[in-house]
Design a protein around this ligand. Sequence first.
Ligand SMILES: [Zn+2]
Length: 260
Amino acid sequence: MKRNFCITLVCLLIASLSLQAQQSRKSNSKAVVKIDSAKWRAEHYVINRDSAYADPRLGLKKLMGGNKRFVEGKSIKPRQDAQTIKQLENGQKPFATIVGCSDSRVPNEVIFDQGLGDLFIIRTAGQVSAAASYGSMEFATLKLNTKLIVVLGHTECGAVAAAVQRPENVPGHIVTLINDIKPAVAKCAHLPGDPVNNAVRQNVIEQVNHLRDLEPILHKKYVDGEILIVGAVYDIHTGKVEFLQETLLNLPQNKVKTKG
Ligand SMILES: [Zn+2]
């Protein structure tokens, strides 16, 4: 009896050790996928940084891929280390200019999973632009050679909500924001659905069209196909960025030649 018990105990011990070895082999084989290998890059929707800078269409794909990582909990937080700080000390080549809202829930590098030197960002409430913002966009276009401009609104935007509510006696300079957004609110007042989020989309479309027509720099660069100007809306409930179809149609012919 005692002997049988000992044999069972030894068998159990061997089985347990073999299971442990199997599990360890499994976890080792998982670790074999090399970081930054072609497979890893495909799984993380990574687009080459230099190609994205050279071609705004690839820049757009890079932003879409980064947001996909963010939404899926697969953020890689690229180029956020001491080595990148060192590499950038002599200059920057951001591959996209983001014209976004100041809202603290929409931190651009986080939601697009990008790093230092990647995004040139202009933020005001409701992404309302005036002379200083236009100058910043032109600086990025002319001096930094950034070829992609993304106007980024977001759902439940407070500035847009204020324009929808049309409050009286608005204090200070806040009235400037509301007045700028009012035309977009009026344009979609007849639409069904949420009036604020409808106005958020319309506001982005209006702003994209305005920048495409903005003289003397952006308009020419846009119609010549040297830069892209598109619009997107970030969903504060899901973290997802939707690039608006209305702003992706009939884009000017791409004149930038890249290897892809
Ligand atoms: Zn906002």
